[in-house]
Design a protein around this ligand. Structure first.
Ligand code: XIL
Length: 324
């Protein structure tokens, strides 16, 4: 079945936000990027602009220009805006040396950061990734600067602080916990415990960077269902589908399209409320410039090609979402 309706429309009819994680640069400089984002997507997330490093060029200043550009674009185009991320252990400011602070000062510093940023976007951001990637690959709490100084309860504290200043839905976001993995069990236990203690968590974000490995859709479905049974909303937050350069299938675009289709079906059937991909076009993919990735993975993981033409993956998602 084919349809001439755009992604944003077919997703909207099914009650699903379909979004892209983006940077400020292509938004400002590429009209095609701007147009495709506005016409095809109903949700937007700044990829880095709301992280502590990019936001805070010095100890006492916030530079909100990039974050504002993306959030304002989303609001103006009637999009669902995801904020990413209030508390993370990476992309911290270069001037930030944890050893300059006592543990109590770090706690105050983080609380102030969460209050300032979540407060600044009150009413404009619909969902926040409050804590990103707090669970290590073995299921233990990751030993980050925040864990080290504030203890395990920094996760609960961050959600409480965010809820003091924000009316957004508050998410825990992570990778490697899309299907029923050991790490997913650990994330499940962490969130179940937070909910038991009345910590204000509304949802879980599953990143779904399918790099080489593609988590089994059936297993994703079961996992989404158990999070939903806890009372949490579930969103796919950073999806991309790339191949190990040593192991590229014969028809990579078809394999990619099939996987996007299966995930879109799972989203509908298991009741996810957003499917966000990690960029608008392949030209914007983080795999093309992030650390070691360009050597490891193919750099065309998204729904639109470098020239913003829809790929088979785009058609597959539209078909999966279009009502028959
Ligand atoms: C990535 C950004 O897309 C890049 O621009 C940046 O250089 C590194 O971070 N998990 C996350 C995202 O939660 O914030 C990361 O985004 C990708 C992995």
């Amino acid at each position: 079945m084919t349809t001439d309706r755009v992604l944003r429309e077919v997703a909207g009819d099914r009650g699903l936000h379909v979004g892209a994680m983006i940077g400020p640069e292509p938004l400002r400089t590429e009209p095609r990027h701007r147009r495709t984002l506005a016409e095809e997507f109903s949700a937007v997330t700044p990829g880095s602009a709301l992280k502590m490093g990019p936001l805070r060029p010095s100890r006492d200043t916030y530079d909100l220009a990039d974050a504002d550009a993306i959030v304002d674009f989303g609001v103006e185009h009637d999009m669902y805006v995801r904020g990413h991320a209030l508390v993370w252990h990476r992309q911290l400011p270069e001037w930030f040396q944890p050893w300059d602070y006592t543990d109590d000062q770090l706690r105050e510093f983080l609380r102030d950061h969460v209050h300032t940023v979540a407060g600044r976007y009150h009413g404009r951001i619909d969902a926040w990734d409050v804590v990103n990637e707090a669970v290590a690959d073995d299921g233990s709490l990751r030993e980050t600067v925040w864990y080290d100084a504030l203890g395990a309860d920094y996760v609960a504290d961050a959600f409480r602080w965010a809820s003091e200043v924000s009316d957004a839905d508050l998410y825990y976001n992570d990778y490697g916990c899309e299907a029923l993995t050991e790490k997913a069990d650990a994330v499940y236990d962490l969130l179940a415990d937070l909910l038991d203690r009345d910590v204000p968590v509304d949802g879980v974000g599953l990143q779904l960077h399918a790099l080489g490995d593609r988590p089994d859709p059936e297993s994703i479905r079961e996992n989404v269902e158990r999070f939903r049974d806890l009372g949490l909303d579930v969103q796919i937050t950073e999806m991309d589908v790339a191949f190990d350069r040593e192991d590229v299938p014969e028809d990579p675009l078809a394999v990619q399209a099939d996987y996007y289709r299966e995930v879109a079906e799972v989203c509908l059937e298991a009741g996810c409320d957003a499917l966000v991909v990690a960029g608008v076009s392949d030209a914007n993919s983080w795999l093309r410039y992030f650390a070691d990735f360009p050597e490891n993975y193919t750099g065309d993981p998204l729904l639109f090609d470098e020239r913003y033409r829809p790929k088979p993956a785009y058609d597959a998602v539209v078909e999966a979402l279009a009502e028959d």
